[in-house]
Design a protein around this ligand. Structure first.
Ligand code: TXD
Length: 319
């Protein structure tokens, strides 16, 4: 059986890390596409030369030609401009919308059967635009944000509780970052919900509130520390988890930006919700009953996404 093919559109910090992880995990052959001449080929060559040491078999190729992504099973899109200190995600809108147009057309022409994961910010708007420009079915185009946001949340919770990160699950809904809606009732340590852990004296509501606030601004905290660019290790690993769920038909339940058609009372938008990812792409949207507070938070996310889409439509008349 031929190897899977994974195309990475954008070979920057996240793209390079994605290539490294995909090769190390032997997920398939990897194509790194970028508009920057030489750079993707250089990264592909460097990564290939780590193969004999690591013992992986994967062909890695760098390219500036969309024809090379032909037949890809998975496409992960990071193309665009990352956030700089002081720049909001929404400032990126105009620049990255144009990038999504080029990438969407490249995917449409070369690998219309792929499962596409968008990472480019502002995420919830860019995944919608990429779907529009590519014309792929909605169940084959998703956005990565929730896995990262919940990983950040899980890391902070594990630290607070002094337990393994493996035993902490977190449940987040809504948009990426600032408008994410963590649901503490469904966030657990080995199945014990966080509110019960508070009752058991493991922590306090105040500490949980502080962790939620830190998670919301988790991306910004890293942008400030790095001074140049944004997070890339955890974002890459999060997207790889989604790609593996598709390629291995794992039916993982993961929070992702998915296209809603009536679920959660939302129609025609990409918003972060738990979904089942398997060989069929988005196989199911998990719709849970929300309490009033979560409903309110979720609505703030939905409003923010709607506002961004309106701005996108104003910038590109084909949308
Ligand atoms: O949770 C999330 N979704 C995110 C999103 C978490 C962290 C970062 N997030 C966003 O991912 C970030 O705001 C950016 O929009 C993307 C990619 O971040 P990365 O750190 O990898 O950015 P880089 O290193 O600048 O890489 C972007 C590459 C760069 O090499 C450009 O030359 C290339 O994109 N680029 C393009 N490639 C192909 N086609 C076009 N048109 C293009 N324009 C730029």
């Amino acid at each position: 059986m031929a190897r899977n093919k994974i195309a990475l559109v954008g070979a920057g910090m996240i793209g390079g890390t994605l290539a490294h992880l995909a090769a190390m995990k032997e997920m398939g052959d990897v194509v790194l596409f970028d508009i920057a001449e030489g750079m993707p080929a250089g990264k592909a060559l460097d990564l290939s030369q780590s193969g004999p040491v690591e013992g992986f078999d994967a062909n890695l190729k760098g390219t500036t030609d969309y024809a090379d992504i032909a037949g890809a099973d998975v496409v992960i899109v990071t193309a665009g401009v990352p956030r700089k200190p002081g720049m909001s995600r929404d400032d990126l809108l105009g620049i990255n919308l144009k990038v999504m147009k080029a990438v969407g057309e490249g995917i449409k022409a070369n690998c219309p059967d792929a499962f596409v994961i968008c990472i480019t910010n502002p995420l919830d708007a860019m995944v919608w635009a990429l779907r529009e420009f590519s014309g792929l079915p909605h169940n084959k185009v998703v956005g990565m944000a929730g896995v990262l946001d919940s990983a950040r949340f899980r890391h902070f919770l594990a630290d607070e509780f002094g337990v393994s990160m493996e035993d902490v699950t977190a449940f987040v809904l809504g948009g990426h970052g600032d408008t994410m809606v963590p649901i503490l009732e469904y966030s657990t340590v080995a199945g014990i919900p966080v509110p019960d852990l508070i009752k058991m004296g493991w922590s306090t509501q105040e500490k949980m509130d502080a962790i939620v606030a830190r998670t919301r601004s988790g991306g910004g905290e890293i942008v400030k520390l790095l001074g140049n660019g944004s997070a890339y290790y955890a974002p890459a690993t999060s997207a790889i988890q989604m790609a593996e769920a598709y390629l291995k038909d794992k039916k993982r339940v993961l929070p992702c930006a998915a296209y809603l058609e009536g679920q959660y009372g939302v129609d025609g938008l990409y918003v972060g919700v738990p979904i089942v990812i398997g060989a069929g792409g988005v196989e199911r949207i998990v719709e849970i009953e929300l309490n009033d507070e979560a409903k309110k938070g979720f609505q703030v996310s939905v409003d923010a996404v709607e506002e961004l889409l309106e701005a996108c439509k104003g910038l590109d008349s084909s949308l």
